[in-house]
Design a protein around this ligand. Sequence first.
Ligand SMILES: *Cc1c(COP(=O)(O)O)cnc(C)c1O
Length: 402
Amino acid sequence: MNTYNASQIDTQINVQPVKEMLETAGMYGNYGGAYVPEVLASQLTKLAAFFDSEVQKSEFQRQFIHYLKTFVGRPSPLFKAENLSEAIGATIYLKREDLNHTGSHKINNAIGQILLAKQMGAKEVIAETGAGQHGVATATAAALLKIPCKVFMGAVDAERQLLNVKRMELLGTKVVITNEGRATLKDAVDAALGYYIENPESFYLLGSQVGPHPYPKMVGYFQSVIGNEAIQQIVRAEKRLPDAVFACLGGGSNAIGAFSAFLPETEVKLYGAEGGGKNVFNHTAATLTYGKPSVFQGTYSYCLVDEENNPMASESIAAGLDYPGISPQHASLKDSGRATYEPITDEEAQEAYRLLAKLEGIIPAIESSHAVALAIKKFKNTGKLAIVNLSGRGDKDITRDI
Ligand SMILES: *Cc1c(COP(=O)(O)O)cnc(C)c1O
């Protein structure tokens, strides 16, 4: 009989962000920068310098890694989805960000930025939220690290994600609802930016790899633990690199987190699944597929725009993907061809959502289901090896009849 040996449990995975993610002054090829009013420009310059010096300090890294391990529960498992693999004729590993405390990858970045806010002596953090995942992650980290918190949310999102509104309130956060525009993520960002301009002494905790420098750099760095763990886990499990890594894209933070460690490994293909919506112009959130390079919400990147080049409302079944902008780093990876981005329709995502639940006993977020769907599309009957980043759990989506 085999005896249980606790030392067999692997705790040696390196819970460290990827240092190469710090090698930018805010430009990714032609994209990025900081297009903001003067009041914010000086704040952001300060923030950029503070981030650059703070993250190099061993005390900051020690604290960040401490909370990732003891509070978030990292490293997250890399799970071989054998039933799914058999069903589709390819080997699929799932990076289980859904198992993080609060149920998605968002907590990695929230902890990193709140530690930074505390170090800077901020009196309050503010954040925007779409699906409510970033709001909950921020409210959670704010409770843990004892700092007052306000979260801005579109009224439409607040209604479709009521449970997360209740969660944030329970955690002691003030949820500020906006009815502007289509009352979704873009409008929540506008409301939060508006508040920040009037209250520049608060710390704006941005939830995705978007916005002006230094946010794409900070968020990319804090999320790079995902890929850093995954590359070690896959090599341990399969003694080789995967053929591809798949992730979904809202603003691009879980995808850059999953891709980062693989960027130098050019034989590993990188695939981003966009929120295709109905997959026609005007009814989509697939920014890199249907958008154009423009300045939007503080950064130069792709954006969904109308005939007059004004930012347009996005549309996706997944609140977390329902955003007309995108990370400048992904814009650059698209142009260079290092990564490939394709839209997944609402229906394709729903199909993958149900399939994974039935086959593996894992209910993925409808956002993450886009990545699963793209992996199936690309790797069906190829016998290839893929990692799919399961960015979050689907409990929030169950009551919506998907
Ligand atoms: C917010 C969210 C996303 C999209 O945001 P990214 O910044 O693109 O990662 C994807 N999946 C889940 C579960 C989310 O909560």
